[in-house]
Design a protein around this ligand. Sequence first.
Ligand code: SF4
Ligand code: SF4
Length: 179
Amino acid sequence: MFKRAGFIFNADNCINCKACEIACKNENQTPTGIQWRGVKKAAPELYLSISCNHCDSPECFRVCPERAFTKRKDGIVQIDEDLCTGCQLCISACPYHAPHFNPETRKVSKCQMCYPRQDIGMVPACIEACTTGALNLVDLNTFEDEQADRMIQGFPEITITCPSILFYPLKPRKRYFLQ
Ligand code: SF4
Ligand code: SF4
């Protein structure tokens, strides 16, 4: 089991195909308008695939008056929708816009890092779907690569929550995208 599960995103490999986004939606059957993972243009040739970052110091967890959030031993930040009263404090507190409010159920939901899949030895659906290898999962407690960075252009400030994600930057070369 991971000690601190985290995403690693290689911006140089992402072609904006949105397969990760679609796989997330399909796996979790999220309703229309609610997207736990999104691929966004951060700069002219830079796309970021971002979801909840299962932060080391999660603001959602800190502000929730119902204690609906828990952090598992492997680092995954879970939300128990049954405990959520829909106050949306977590949405205001999260720098990455990861929790989503459903006006029909009046509950908040977010990426759960596909923990039911991980618990049976599978990778999250977004990672399985990414054929270019842009998106992966690592144990941040043991992973070491000096080329991997905690920040990338277009990613919000990391000091408050310490998000569990690393980035490989773009390399200078001609790139082609699926628009
Ligand atoms: S599946 Fe991979 S290459 Fe496609 S948009 Fe997502 S991260 Fe980028
Ligand atoms: S990204 Fe937002 S919702 Fe996810 S753990 Fe961090 S603060 Fe909480």
